[in-house]
Design a protein around this ligand. Structure first.
Ligand SMILES: Nc1nc2c(ncn2[C@@H]2O[C@H](COP(=O)(O)OP(=O)(O)O)[C@@H](O)[C@H]2O)c(=O)[nH]1
Ligand SMILES: [Mg+2]
Length: 209
C-alpha cells in the first residue's frame, strides 16, 4: 500500500445559506451516510473533521455548520474567518434561497479574510427536481460572476454529496502544490483552483472538534 503524506493542517470549510435549505443534512449525509426528515445541529456539534486521501496526499477538512443563526444573517465573523472553502447551499425548489446566495457570498468576502477562498454553490433537494424553481441560466450567470463551481445534489438520495468534498480537497491540493512551486520558481504565477487533479479518494471516520 502506498503511504500517503499529510499536508499537516486542517482546511476550514464553512457552510452558508438560508435556513432549511439542507446544510446540516448534507453534512450528516457525508459524515454518517444518514438522512432525517427533521434535522437540527446542536451547539457542541458545529464542527467535524474528516481526512480525505487524494493522489497528492491526505488532507483534513474541518467542516463547520451553523447552529441556526443564519436565520437572522447573524453568523459571527469568527465563523467565516480564515475559511479555506465555502459551500453556499440553496434549495432548488425555492427561488428566494437562490436569490440570497449573492448575499452570502458578499458576507463571505467581507469576513473571510481570504482572497483565494474556494466558493462552491450547491443546489440541494434534487430529489424534488420536478418542483424546480431555479433556471439553469440563472445558475450559469451566478457561477460565471463569482467563478464558482456548482453542484446539484440531494442529501436525501445521496446524489452528488461526496463529489462536493472531493472537489474541495482536490482544489486545496492544487493550491498547496502551486504555492510550493510559486515559492521556489514562479512568484507571480496565478493560482487556479479550477484545475483539480484526478483523484483517488477514500472516506475516513470523522471526529468532533
Ligand atoms: N426532499 C429533501 N429534503 C431535504 C433534503 N435535504 C434536507 N431536507 C429537509 O429539509 C429540512 C431542512 O434541512 P436542514 O438540513 O435542517 O437545513 P439547514 O437549516 O440548512 O441545516 C429538513 O426537513 C430536511 O429533512 C433533500 O435533499 N431532499
Ligand atoms: Mg442546520
Amino acid at each position: 500500500m502506498i503511504k500517503q503524506k499529510s499536508t499537516g493542517r486542517s482546511y476550514k470549510v464553512v457552510f452558508l445559506g438560508e435556513n432549511k435549505v439542507g446544510k446540516t443534512s448534507i453534512i450528516t449525509r457525508y459524515f454518517y451516510n444518514t438522512f432525517s426528515e427533521k434535522t437540527e445541529v446542536t451547539v457542541c456539534d458545529f464542527c467535524k473533521y474528516k481526512t480525505i486521501q487524494t493522489k497528492n496526499g491526505s488532507i483534513e477538512l474541518a467542516v463547520w455548520d451553523t447552529a441556526g443563526q443564519e436565520k437572522y444573517h447573524a453568523l459571527a465573523p469568527i465563523y467565516y474567518r480564515k475559511a479555506d472553502a465555502a459551500i453556499i447551499v440553496y434549495n432548488i425548489t425555492v427561488q428566494q434561497t437562490f436569490q440570497n446566495v449573492r448575499l452570502w457570498i458578499q458576507e463571505l468576502q467581507q469576513f473571510s479574510q481570504n482572497a483565494n477562498i474556494i466558493p462552491v454553490i450547491v443546489g440541494n433537494k434534487d430529489d424534488l427536481h420536478m418542483h424546480r424553481a431555479v433556471e439553469q441560466s440563472q445558475v450559469d450567470e451566478l457561477c460565471n460572476q463569482y467563478n464558482a463551481k456548482h453542484f446539484q445534489v440531494s442529501a436525501k438520495s445521496d446524489k452528488g454529496i461526496t463529489e462536493i468534498f472531493d472537489y474541495i480537497a482536490d482544489g486545496k491540493q492544487t493550491y498547496v502544490r502551486l504555492e510550493l512551486i510559486k515559492s521556489v520558481k514562479q512568484p507571480n504565477e496565478t493560482t487556479n483552483f479550477q484545475e483539480g487533479n484526478k483523484k483517488q479518494t477514500q472516506k475516513e471516520g470523522g471526529r468532533y472538534c
